[in-house]
Design a protein around this ligand. Structure first.
Ligand code: GFB
Length: 437
Protein backbone atom coordinates (compact mmCIF):
# COMPACT_ATOMS: atom_id res chain seq x y z
CA UNK A 1 0.00 0.00 0.00
CA UNK A 2 1.27 3.51 -0.82
CA UNK A 3 1.83 5.51 2.35
CA UNK A 4 0.48 9.00 2.89
CA UNK A 5 4.02 10.44 2.88
CA UNK A 6 4.82 8.68 -0.39
CA UNK A 7 1.66 10.15 -1.94
CA UNK A 8 2.70 13.60 -0.78
CA UNK A 9 6.16 13.18 -2.23
CA UNK A 10 4.68 12.04 -5.51
CA UNK A 11 2.28 14.99 -5.66
CA UNK A 12 5.08 17.48 -5.03
CA UNK A 13 7.35 15.82 -7.54
CA UNK A 14 4.67 15.82 -10.21
CA UNK A 15 4.02 19.52 -9.51
CA UNK A 16 7.70 20.38 -9.96
CA UNK A 17 8.13 18.31 -13.09
CA UNK A 18 4.91 19.67 -14.57
CA UNK A 19 5.91 23.28 -13.84
CA UNK A 20 9.27 22.77 -15.47
CA UNK A 21 8.09 20.98 -18.58
CA UNK A 22 5.22 23.38 -19.23
CA UNK A 23 7.61 26.29 -18.97
CA UNK A 24 10.05 24.77 -21.45
CA UNK A 25 7.20 24.34 -23.90
CA UNK A 26 6.14 27.95 -23.45
CA UNK A 27 9.49 29.57 -24.31
CA UNK A 28 9.73 31.91 -27.26
CA UNK A 29 12.51 33.94 -28.79
CA UNK A 30 11.64 37.15 -26.97
CA UNK A 31 12.62 35.69 -23.67
CA UNK A 32 13.95 32.18 -23.67
CA UNK A 33 13.06 31.47 -20.10
CA UNK A 34 9.82 33.31 -19.58
CA UNK A 35 6.70 31.84 -17.90
CA UNK A 36 6.17 33.90 -14.78
CA UNK A 37 8.58 32.99 -12.02
CA UNK A 38 9.16 29.38 -12.72
CA UNK A 39 9.45 28.50 -9.09
CA UNK A 40 7.69 25.53 -7.62
CA UNK A 41 4.72 26.74 -5.60
CA UNK A 42 4.54 24.47 -2.62
CA UNK A 43 2.77 25.29 0.59
CA UNK A 44 3.92 24.39 4.08
CA UNK A 45 1.82 21.22 4.08
CA UNK A 46 3.92 19.50 1.40
CA UNK A 47 6.62 17.04 2.43
CA UNK A 48 9.28 18.57 0.29
CA UNK A 49 12.59 19.38 2.03
CA UNK A 50 14.74 22.46 1.58
CA UNK A 51 18.50 22.61 1.27
CA UNK A 52 20.06 25.98 2.13
CA UNK A 53 23.71 26.92 1.99
CA UNK A 54 26.19 29.72 2.38
CA UNK A 55 29.86 30.25 1.55
CA UNK A 56 32.84 31.66 3.43
CA UNK A 57 32.19 35.45 3.50
CA UNK A 58 35.64 36.19 1.99
CA UNK A 59 34.97 34.31 -1.25
CA UNK A 60 34.29 36.20 -4.44
CA UNK A 61 31.42 36.16 -6.87
CA UNK A 62 32.78 33.59 -9.30
CA UNK A 63 33.94 31.00 -6.81
CA UNK A 64 30.45 31.26 -5.35
CA UNK A 65 29.10 30.36 -8.75
CA UNK A 66 31.20 27.20 -8.63
CA UNK A 67 29.89 26.34 -5.17
CA UNK A 68 26.38 26.76 -6.52
CA UNK A 69 27.13 24.01 -9.06
CA UNK A 70 28.25 21.65 -6.29
CA UNK A 71 25.14 22.24 -4.21
CA UNK A 72 22.86 22.13 -7.26
CA UNK A 73 24.25 18.74 -8.21
CA UNK A 74 23.83 17.50 -4.65
CA UNK A 75 20.17 18.54 -4.85
CA UNK A 76 19.89 16.82 -8.20
CA UNK A 77 21.15 13.57 -6.70
CA UNK A 78 18.87 13.95 -3.68
CA UNK A 79 15.90 14.35 -6.01
CA UNK A 80 16.56 10.91 -7.41
CA UNK A 81 15.17 9.60 -4.12
CA UNK A 82 13.19 12.32 -2.42
CA UNK A 83 12.03 15.84 -3.31
CA UNK A 84 14.40 18.60 -2.22
CA UNK A 85 14.38 22.23 -3.24
CA UNK A 86 17.54 24.30 -3.35
CA UNK A 87 17.15 27.64 -1.60
CA UNK A 88 19.24 30.30 -3.37
CA UNK A 89 21.41 32.25 -0.90
CA UNK A 90 20.85 36.01 -1.36
CA UNK A 91 23.88 37.96 -2.55
CA UNK A 92 25.39 40.74 -0.53
CA UNK A 93 28.37 42.54 0.89
CA UNK A 94 31.01 40.59 -0.99
CA UNK A 95 34.54 41.64 -0.18
CA UNK A 96 35.16 42.83 -3.75
CA UNK A 97 31.93 44.77 -4.06
CA UNK A 98 33.15 48.05 -2.73
CA UNK A 99 31.09 50.70 -4.47
CA UNK A 100 29.49 53.13 -2.09
CA UNK A 101 25.89 51.99 -2.48
CA UNK A 102 26.43 48.95 -0.28
CA UNK A 103 22.89 49.03 1.01
CA UNK A 104 21.73 48.20 -2.51
CA UNK A 105 24.02 45.21 -2.52
CA UNK A 106 22.52 43.26 0.34
CA UNK A 107 19.74 40.70 0.22
CA UNK A 108 19.99 40.68 -3.56
CA UNK A 109 17.90 37.94 -5.09
CA UNK A 110 19.33 35.57 -7.67
CA UNK A 111 16.88 36.72 -10.30
CA UNK A 112 18.80 40.02 -10.62
CA UNK A 113 21.89 38.15 -11.76
CA UNK A 114 20.70 34.84 -13.16
CA UNK A 115 17.71 33.51 -14.98
CA UNK A 116 16.10 31.57 -12.17
CA UNK A 117 13.75 29.86 -14.58
CA UNK A 118 16.77 28.49 -16.37
CA UNK A 119 18.33 27.26 -13.11
CA UNK A 120 15.06 25.50 -12.38
CA UNK A 121 15.48 23.42 -15.51
CA UNK A 122 18.34 21.69 -13.73
CA UNK A 123 17.02 21.46 -10.16
CA UNK A 124 14.05 22.88 -8.27
CA UNK A 125 15.16 26.23 -6.84
CA UNK A 126 13.53 28.92 -4.79
CA UNK A 127 14.65 32.37 -3.63
CA UNK A 128 15.30 32.73 0.12
CA UNK A 129 12.43 35.24 0.40
CA UNK A 130 10.09 32.67 -1.12
CA UNK A 131 11.41 30.00 1.22
CA UNK A 132 10.50 32.23 4.17
CA UNK A 133 7.01 32.64 2.76
CA UNK A 134 6.68 28.92 2.11
CA UNK A 135 7.61 27.86 5.64
CA UNK A 136 5.64 30.73 7.14
CA UNK A 137 8.22 31.68 9.77
CA UNK A 138 11.84 32.87 9.77
CA UNK A 139 13.07 29.48 10.81
CA UNK A 140 15.63 26.94 9.62
CA UNK A 141 15.55 23.52 11.22
CA UNK A 142 19.17 22.40 11.19
CA UNK A 143 22.45 24.18 10.49
CA UNK A 144 25.71 22.33 9.85
CA UNK A 145 28.87 24.41 9.76
CA UNK A 146 31.44 22.62 7.60
CA UNK A 147 34.97 22.86 8.96
CA UNK A 148 38.34 21.12 8.78
CA UNK A 149 39.39 18.27 11.07
CA UNK A 150 41.10 19.57 14.19
CA UNK A 151 43.84 16.94 13.95
CA UNK A 152 44.61 18.09 10.41
CA UNK A 153 45.09 16.16 7.24
CA UNK A 154 47.00 12.91 7.38
CA UNK A 155 45.79 10.93 4.39
CA UNK A 156 42.98 11.42 1.94
CA UNK A 157 39.90 9.54 2.94
CA UNK A 158 36.33 10.58 2.56
CA UNK A 159 34.71 11.40 5.87
CA UNK A 160 32.25 13.69 7.57
CA UNK A 161 31.69 13.82 11.33
CA UNK A 162 29.78 15.96 13.78
CA UNK A 163 32.55 17.46 15.90
CA UNK A 164 33.19 20.27 18.32
CA UNK A 165 33.69 23.57 16.56
CA UNK A 166 37.36 24.09 15.72
CA UNK A 167 37.06 27.89 15.55
CA UNK A 168 34.50 29.97 17.43
CA UNK A 169 31.37 29.57 15.29
CA UNK A 170 29.52 32.53 13.91
CA UNK A 171 26.31 31.25 15.49
CA UNK A 172 25.19 31.78 19.09
CA UNK A 173 22.31 30.46 21.10
CA UNK A 174 20.02 33.17 22.48
CA UNK A 175 18.07 33.04 25.75
CA UNK A 176 15.13 31.39 23.95
CA UNK A 177 17.33 28.56 22.76
CA UNK A 178 17.30 29.81 19.18
CA UNK A 179 20.51 29.84 17.17
CA UNK A 180 21.27 33.28 15.80
CA UNK A 181 23.77 33.85 13.01
CA UNK A 182 24.36 35.71 9.75
CA UNK A 183 21.61 34.27 7.57
CA UNK A 184 22.26 36.72 4.75
CA UNK A 185 21.50 39.76 6.91
CA UNK A 186 17.97 38.65 7.82
CA UNK A 187 18.09 39.39 11.53
CA UNK A 188 14.79 37.72 12.32
CA UNK A 189 15.95 34.34 10.99
CA UNK A 190 17.09 31.69 13.47
CA UNK A 191 17.89 27.98 13.50
CA UNK A 192 16.51 25.36 15.84
CA UNK A 193 19.62 23.22 15.84
CA UNK A 194 23.29 23.94 15.15
CA UNK A 195 26.29 21.65 14.83
CA UNK A 196 29.82 21.90 13.52
CA UNK A 197 30.72 19.23 11.03
CA UNK A 198 34.26 18.30 10.07
CA UNK A 199 34.32 17.31 6.45
CA UNK A 200 36.72 15.99 3.91
CA UNK A 201 34.30 14.75 1.35
CA UNK A 202 32.80 14.86 -2.13
CA UNK A 203 29.38 16.33 -2.63
CA UNK A 204 27.78 12.93 -3.12
CA UNK A 205 28.84 11.87 0.39
CA UNK A 206 26.43 14.41 1.84
CA UNK A 207 23.46 12.71 0.24
CA UNK A 208 23.18 9.73 2.65
CA UNK A 209 23.87 12.05 5.57
CA UNK A 210 21.06 14.39 4.57
CA UNK A 211 18.63 11.56 3.89
CA UNK A 212 19.36 9.42 6.92
CA UNK A 213 20.90 11.59 9.63
CA UNK A 214 18.80 14.71 9.36
CA UNK A 215 15.09 14.96 9.94
CA UNK A 216 14.43 18.69 9.65
CA UNK A 217 12.39 19.97 6.79
CA UNK A 218 15.11 22.51 6.10
CA UNK A 219 18.82 21.88 6.36
CA UNK A 220 21.46 24.58 5.99
CA UNK A 221 25.06 23.78 5.05
CA UNK A 222 27.30 26.69 5.90
CA UNK A 223 30.81 26.99 4.42
CA UNK A 224 29.60 24.83 1.54
CA UNK A 225 32.80 25.53 -0.39
CA UNK A 226 34.26 22.71 1.70
CA UNK A 227 32.17 20.29 -0.28
CA UNK A 228 34.32 18.93 -3.11
CA UNK A 229 33.09 18.18 -6.66
CA UNK A 230 34.85 14.81 -6.75
CA UNK A 231 33.90 12.85 -9.85
CA UNK A 232 31.44 15.61 -10.75
CA UNK A 233 34.15 18.15 -11.55
CA UNK A 234 34.81 20.15 -14.73
CA UNK A 235 35.60 16.91 -16.55
CA UNK A 236 32.07 15.59 -16.09
CA UNK A 237 28.76 15.94 -17.90
CA UNK A 238 27.05 16.68 -14.57
CA UNK A 239 29.26 19.68 -13.91
CA UNK A 240 28.61 21.09 -17.38
CA UNK A 241 24.88 20.50 -17.10
CA UNK A 242 24.78 22.55 -13.90
CA UNK A 243 27.01 25.15 -15.54
CA UNK A 244 24.85 25.42 -18.65
CA UNK A 245 21.80 26.14 -16.49
CA UNK A 246 23.49 29.26 -15.06
CA UNK A 247 22.21 31.67 -17.68
CA UNK A 248 22.58 35.35 -16.83
CA UNK A 249 19.38 37.29 -16.25
CA UNK A 250 17.80 38.76 -19.34
CA UNK A 251 17.83 42.37 -18.14
CA UNK A 252 21.62 42.30 -17.77
CA UNK A 253 22.18 40.43 -21.01
CA UNK A 254 20.04 43.05 -22.75
CA UNK A 255 22.18 45.95 -21.50
CA UNK A 256 25.36 44.16 -22.50
CA UNK A 257 23.91 43.24 -25.91
CA UNK A 258 22.97 46.86 -26.53
CA UNK A 259 26.54 47.83 -25.71
CA UNK A 260 27.87 45.17 -28.08
CA UNK A 261 25.71 46.45 -30.91
CA UNK A 262 26.28 50.17 -30.37
CA UNK A 263 29.99 50.22 -29.57
CA UNK A 264 31.42 46.98 -30.86
CA UNK A 265 29.34 46.22 -33.99
CA UNK A 266 28.51 42.89 -32.45
CA UNK A 267 25.20 41.04 -32.49
CA UNK A 268 24.22 37.41 -32.15
CA UNK A 269 23.12 36.95 -35.73
CA UNK A 270 26.39 38.18 -37.27
CA UNK A 271 28.52 36.67 -34.53
CA UNK A 272 26.73 33.28 -34.75
CA UNK A 273 26.08 33.26 -31.03
CA UNK A 274 22.30 33.03 -30.92
CA UNK A 275 20.97 31.48 -27.74
CA UNK A 276 18.54 28.63 -27.42
CA UNK A 277 17.08 27.16 -24.25
CA UNK A 278 20.19 25.52 -22.79
CA UNK A 279 18.67 22.05 -22.64
CA UNK A 280 18.41 22.16 -26.43
CA UNK A 281 21.58 24.05 -27.22
CA UNK A 282 24.52 22.02 -28.48
CA UNK A 283 27.29 23.83 -30.33
CA UNK A 284 30.46 22.57 -31.90
CA UNK A 285 33.82 24.28 -31.51
CA UNK A 286 34.09 26.85 -34.26
CA UNK A 287 30.33 27.36 -34.70
CA UNK A 288 30.58 30.78 -33.04
CA UNK A 289 32.42 33.56 -34.86
CA UNK A 290 32.27 36.33 -32.27
CA UNK A 291 32.08 40.11 -32.61
CA UNK A 292 34.81 42.13 -34.36
CA UNK A 293 36.77 42.93 -31.21
CA UNK A 294 39.39 41.47 -28.89
CA UNK A 295 38.28 41.21 -25.26
CA UNK A 296 40.63 41.12 -22.31
CA UNK A 297 40.08 40.44 -18.65
CA UNK A 298 42.76 42.32 -16.80
CA UNK A 299 42.56 41.55 -13.10
CA UNK A 300 44.23 44.09 -10.80
CA UNK A 301 43.50 45.05 -7.15
CA UNK A 302 44.29 42.12 -4.79
CA UNK A 303 45.81 40.15 -7.71
CA UNK A 304 48.69 42.60 -7.90
CA UNK A 305 49.85 41.07 -4.60
CA UNK A 306 48.35 37.59 -4.52
CA UNK A 307 49.51 36.73 -8.07
CA UNK A 308 52.27 39.29 -8.50
CA UNK A 309 54.39 37.03 -10.74
CA UNK A 310 51.65 36.28 -13.24
CA UNK A 311 50.03 39.71 -13.45
CA UNK A 312 51.47 41.82 -16.27
CA UNK A 313 52.30 45.50 -15.97
CA UNK A 314 49.89 47.73 -17.89
CA UNK A 315 52.65 48.30 -20.47
CA UNK A 316 53.05 44.61 -21.08
CA UNK A 317 49.30 44.00 -21.11
CA UNK A 318 48.93 46.67 -23.81
CA UNK A 319 51.72 45.05 -25.84
CA UNK A 320 50.08 41.61 -25.66
CA UNK A 321 46.65 43.03 -26.51
CA UNK A 322 48.14 44.73 -29.62
CA UNK A 323 49.69 41.46 -30.75
CA UNK A 324 46.26 39.83 -30.72
CA UNK A 325 44.59 42.82 -32.41
CA UNK A 326 47.16 42.62 -35.22
CA UNK A 327 46.91 38.86 -35.54
CA UNK A 328 43.12 38.97 -35.86
CA UNK A 329 43.17 42.22 -37.92
CA UNK A 330 40.87 44.03 -35.49
CA UNK A 331 40.72 47.63 -34.32
CA UNK A 332 38.49 47.41 -31.25
CA UNK A 333 39.42 46.25 -27.79
CA UNK A 334 37.00 45.56 -24.97
CA UNK A 335 38.56 45.85 -21.54
CA UNK A 336 37.04 44.10 -18.53
CA UNK A 337 38.88 45.04 -15.39
CA UNK A 338 38.70 45.97 -11.75
CA UNK A 339 41.46 48.54 -12.30
CA UNK A 340 41.06 52.07 -11.00
CA UNK A 341 40.43 55.15 -13.13
CA UNK A 342 44.09 56.24 -13.38
CA UNK A 343 45.12 52.83 -14.67
CA UNK A 344 42.34 52.93 -17.23
CA UNK A 345 43.47 56.28 -18.58
CA UNK A 346 47.08 55.14 -18.65
CA UNK A 347 46.17 51.91 -20.44
CA UNK A 348 44.07 53.75 -23.01
CA UNK A 349 46.99 56.09 -23.80
CA UNK A 350 49.18 53.10 -24.51
CA UNK A 351 46.61 51.69 -26.92
CA UNK A 352 46.93 54.66 -29.31
CA UNK A 353 45.67 53.73 -32.76
CA UNK A 354 43.04 51.35 -31.37
CA UNK A 355 39.56 51.90 -29.96
CA UNK A 356 39.35 50.88 -26.31
CA UNK A 357 35.95 50.30 -24.69
CA UNK A 358 34.95 49.51 -21.15
CA UNK A 359 31.34 49.59 -20.24
CA UNK A 360 31.37 51.59 -16.98
CA UNK A 361 32.02 54.75 -18.91
CA UNK A 362 29.14 54.16 -21.27
CA UNK A 363 26.46 52.86 -18.95
CA UNK A 364 26.86 54.84 -15.73
CA UNK A 365 23.11 54.48 -15.18
CA UNK A 366 23.62 50.79 -14.41
CA UNK A 367 24.26 51.51 -10.77
CA UNK A 368 21.65 49.20 -9.33
CA UNK A 369 23.43 46.21 -7.75
CA UNK A 370 26.42 47.80 -9.35
CA UNK A 371 29.39 45.50 -8.84
CA UNK A 372 27.65 42.20 -9.51
CA UNK A 373 25.78 43.59 -12.50
CA UNK A 374 28.86 45.13 -14.11
CA UNK A 375 30.86 41.96 -13.48
CA UNK A 376 28.22 39.98 -15.37
CA UNK A 377 28.00 42.45 -18.24
CA UNK A 378 31.78 42.44 -18.59
CA UNK A 379 31.78 38.66 -18.65
CA UNK A 380 29.00 38.55 -21.20
CA UNK A 381 30.79 40.97 -23.53
CA UNK A 382 34.09 39.08 -23.17
CA UNK A 383 32.24 35.85 -23.93
CA UNK A 384 31.15 37.22 -27.32
CA UNK A 385 34.48 38.55 -28.57
CA UNK A 386 36.30 37.14 -31.60
CA UNK A 387 39.17 36.32 -29.25
CA UNK A 388 39.64 36.52 -25.52
CA UNK A 389 42.67 36.94 -23.23
CA UNK A 390 42.17 36.34 -19.52
CA UNK A 391 43.98 36.59 -16.20
CA UNK A 392 45.90 33.67 -14.69
CA UNK A 393 43.76 31.43 -12.39
CA UNK A 394 41.04 34.03 -11.99
CA UNK A 395 37.63 32.44 -11.48
CA UNK A 396 36.23 35.53 -13.24
CA UNK A 397 38.22 34.48 -16.31
CA UNK A 398 37.29 30.79 -15.91
CA UNK A 399 33.58 31.58 -16.06
CA UNK A 400 34.21 33.44 -19.36
CA UNK A 401 36.03 30.40 -20.76
CA UNK A 402 33.02 28.25 -19.94
CA UNK A 403 30.56 30.72 -21.46
CA UNK A 404 32.57 30.61 -24.68
CA UNK A 405 32.59 26.81 -24.64
CA UNK A 406 28.80 26.91 -24.33
CA UNK A 407 28.53 29.37 -27.25
CA UNK A 408 30.76 27.20 -29.45
CA UNK A 409 34.00 29.13 -29.91
CA UNK A 410 37.17 27.62 -31.28
CA UNK A 411 39.29 26.87 -28.20
CA UNK A 412 42.27 28.76 -29.66
CA UNK A 413 40.26 31.97 -29.31
CA UNK A 414 39.34 31.30 -25.69
CA UNK A 415 42.09 29.74 -23.60
CA UNK A 416 44.62 32.57 -23.64
CA UNK A 417 46.06 34.42 -20.71
CA UNK A 418 48.39 37.32 -20.01
CA UNK A 419 51.89 36.33 -18.94
CA UNK A 420 53.59 38.22 -16.12
CA UNK A 421 56.49 40.49 -17.08
CA UNK A 422 59.07 38.03 -15.74
CA UNK A 423 57.46 34.94 -17.16
CA UNK A 424 58.49 33.55 -20.54
CA UNK A 425 56.53 35.05 -23.44
CA UNK A 426 55.07 31.62 -24.12
CA UNK A 427 54.10 31.05 -20.47
CA UNK A 428 51.83 28.13 -19.66
CA UNK A 429 48.34 28.80 -20.99
CA UNK A 430 45.05 27.85 -19.28
CA UNK A 431 43.80 24.26 -19.25
CA UNK A 432 41.31 23.69 -22.04
CA UNK A 433 38.16 22.52 -20.30
CA UNK A 434 36.01 21.00 -23.01
CA UNK A 435 32.26 21.21 -22.72
CA UNK A 436 30.57 17.83 -22.24
CA UNK A 437 26.94 17.24 -23.18
O1 GFB B 1 34.84 37.07 -9.23
P1 GFB B 1 36.01 36.81 -8.40
O2 GFB B 1 35.83 35.80 -7.38
O3 GFB B 1 37.24 36.49 -9.34
O4 GFB B 1 36.37 38.15 -7.64
P2 GFB B 1 38.75 36.08 -9.02
C1 GFB B 1 36.70 39.28 -8.30
C2 GFB B 1 35.65 40.37 -8.12
O5 GFB B 1 36.32 41.55 -8.51
C3 GFB B 1 34.42 40.19 -9.02
C4 GFB B 1 35.53 42.26 -9.44
O6 GFB B 1 33.31 39.66 -8.41
C5 GFB B 1 34.15 41.63 -9.43
O7 GFB B 1 33.36 42.29 -8.46
N1 GFB B 1 36.14 42.11 -10.78
C6 GFB B 1 37.26 41.44 -11.13
C7 GFB B 1 35.66 42.69 -11.88
N2 GFB B 1 37.50 41.58 -12.44
C8 GFB B 1 36.52 42.36 -12.93
C9 GFB B 1 36.22 42.85 -14.23
O8 GFB B 1 36.89 42.60 -15.22
N3 GFB B 1 35.09 43.59 -14.35
C10 GFB B 1 34.28 43.89 -13.29
N4 GFB B 1 33.19 44.61 -13.51
N5 GFB B 1 34.56 43.44 -12.05
C11 GFB B 1 39.47 35.75 -6.49
C12 GFB B 1 38.67 36.12 -5.28
O9 GFB B 1 39.08 36.56 -7.55
O10 GFB B 1 40.81 36.01 -6.28
C13 GFB B 1 39.22 35.53 -4.00
O11 GFB B 1 37.37 35.62 -5.39
C14 GFB B 1 40.69 35.83 -3.87
O12 GFB B 1 38.54 36.07 -2.91
C15 GFB B 1 41.41 35.41 -5.14
O13 GFB B 1 40.85 37.23 -3.66
C16 GFB B 1 42.86 35.79 -5.09
O14 GFB B 1 38.93 34.61 -9.04
O15 GFB B 1 39.51 36.87 -10.02
Amino acid sequence: MVSCRAMHILTVYVTVVFTLTSFVRSHNEENLYQAKDNLPTMGPAKSVRYLLYDVNPGEGFNLRRDVYMRVANLVKFLNEDEPWILVLPPWGRLYHWQTTHLSAQTKVQWKYFFDVNSLALHVPVIEFEDYLKAVGKPEIDEVYYLQRYKEGWTKWEEKIDIRECVDPPRYQKDSDGKWRGQFFGYEEVYAKKFECMSSQAYLLTFKPFLMKNTTGRSVFLDRAENMIHGQYSEWSREWWTARRSMVFSKHLRDVADKFRQEKLDSNDKDDKTELEVWTQMKRKHGDAKGGPYVAIHLRRKDYLYSHAKEVPSLENAAKIAKTFLKKYKLKKLFLATDANGDDLTHFEKMMKGYEVYYHKVFYPEMTEYFDGATAIMDQWICAHARVFIGSHVSTFTFRIHEEREILGFDQETTFNRFCGDDEPKDCEQPTKWKIIY
